[in-house]
Design a protein around this ligand. Sequence first.
Ligand code: MOS
Length: 706
Amino acid sequence: MSARRLPTRAIGTPMDRLDGLDKVRGATTYAYEWQVDRPAYLYPLQATIAAGRIISIDTAAAGAEPGVLVVLTHHNAPKLADTGDGELAILQSEEVAFRGQLIGGVIADTSEIARHAAGLVRMDYQQRAHDVQLRADRDDLYAPELLNAGFETDTAQGDVDTGLASAAVTLDATYTTPMEHNNPMEPHATIAIWTGDGLTLYVSTQGVHPLRAAVAAAFGLDPQQVRLISPHVGGGFGSKGRHHADVILAAMAAQLVPGRPVKLALTRQQMFSQVGYRTPSIQRIRLGAEGGGRLVAISHDVVEQTSRIKEFAEQTAICSRVMYAAPNRRTTHRLAALDVPVPTIMRAPGEAPSMFALESAIDELAIACGLDPIELRIRNEPDVDPESGLPFSSRNLVACLQEGARRFGWERRDPTPRARQEAGWLGGTGVAAATYPAYWRTGSAATIRVGPDGRYGVLIGAADIGTGTWTALTQIAADALEVPIEDVDLRIGDSALPAAIVAGGSAGTASWGSAIVEAARQLRARLAAEHGGVVPAEGLEVTAAMPANPDTERYAMHSFGAQFAEVRVHQDSGEVRVPRLLGVFAAGRIINPKLGRSQLLGGMTWGLSMALHEHSVLDPRFGHVANQDFATYHIAANADVGSIEVAWVEEEDPYVNPMGSKGIGELGIVGTAAAIANAVYHATGIRVRDLPITLDKLLTQGLKAG
Ligand code: MOS
């Protein structure tokens, strides 16, 4: 199937978002905004200890407030049918597993009353000592069975110690990244409605079908009894791709107020305890190279955290399995299970922290070898996927580096640190590579129906989390049907539509698009074979699952990129500015250049944010994130961003899928932080191996003395 190419008339055109006008007019409906009859409002109760158990809850004062309907606690909570997911199994006992865990809620006629009354609930606890600090020298680190997305925990080839011993140049450095939190502008929000024995959820999610499966299991329902509606999502970067307990709490609450829909929107503060986060990571990288820069050993050992109640093991070393050739290699992941919320996927889980460490280390190695960092990368470009031995379906990292160098003016760079000084500012530039797997996940199906009016209804339970799914899938459908886009009516974001995989792993468009292409192929074949190419009066409908792609077993499939950064560091204050970023990517065919550019711009902006700002500060005394708002959790704002240029190289990949596209939702964040860190080194001569790069780290390492 892989050789069959779609015609591309709509694909590749920079169409405006089909939902764009509605969005700017406020005409798109988000989860919390659906008009429902006589809604009740839920305000959560959260544990104020990090470990222990609830001894008593006094709800009398809250319950006596006018307008309060019910106070939900573990005493009156519905028993869940399945408590296998320790994150979702809330209110099933008096145990508290982390500070901020949901332990109840107040349901009232207005959100204000619910919130006020929640403050009147009194709780007594029996605390036990909590353990919330990740350290590499803990004696209880363990190897998970598998990592997120099914990656192997450890890999090894050859012998890194022998390789390192034989190397002319070696590097042994530890890089650390902090806890960071997902914060889409639209917080997690749900309206839960029980009808008969069924449940309807208007919910902000990256996948109606995966969430439906989790909710149905928790409440012991048949999935057909649960309907999820989510046509528009105000951002989702992983937290809405996994299931969190807020949805369970809303559905439980709605069971206690029969006939009333229950609305729950998390506050910004609650987002910092309820919906996961990027685990902090401690990454030791050891590299060994011949004098000419050829790597003989790559070792990447990761320590990170999970929660005691549920394991999440981020795949933080995986990029070191793919990026560079070397005969001796090793990657490991070890976890500490702590009294903390469950970490989760967050834009490029694994890759974003992985490539901060690896690409900083490669920069350090290049300096140690006296080589240009681009040249060092080119010298270590593998012929095949280094660990699997499979050929790449396409790999254009070198083209990205070279095109980026040309656009950025890299050849004019003097590699000497601190060589550029101007009016109190030190200037520097840096480069890093990016990579992301081109996932292609089965489990999606599409229905296409054509009526005698010649209009094509395309139905799939896909999600648009701001990425442009409404538009991109319409473009793909139009080309697969060989009709103008105006003839296509797409419907997504509803579990009543054919099943679709989560919008995650940058795999959505490739996977849903492949299902649509298959349904279109079958519809056209039936029209031709059974109806002589003429749409019958009663119309025609076909449902098809996305076929398997045997090429995924034969080829290693990844996208690549090159990130370039220019920074200025103030000599006295240590303030870091980033006047210029350039990203050049190789991600197959870009379905819609306007949407694609937006995705990559957003990813790079987040990479800047990761480099300089984002840091959830866990207070070890209490086990909570102290900076749980946008005043204190810094995110790159417009004023932090200078010029960002996004480009891509032409890439024909006949193997990935019928569109020839690779995901771009996550690629843009990967490598940006390393490019900035490398530029900061070039500007100052100071290597910061601990994100974010705040001015204190520069000032305490002798910024002024240099
Ligand atoms: Mo993305 S973190 O895989 O939703």
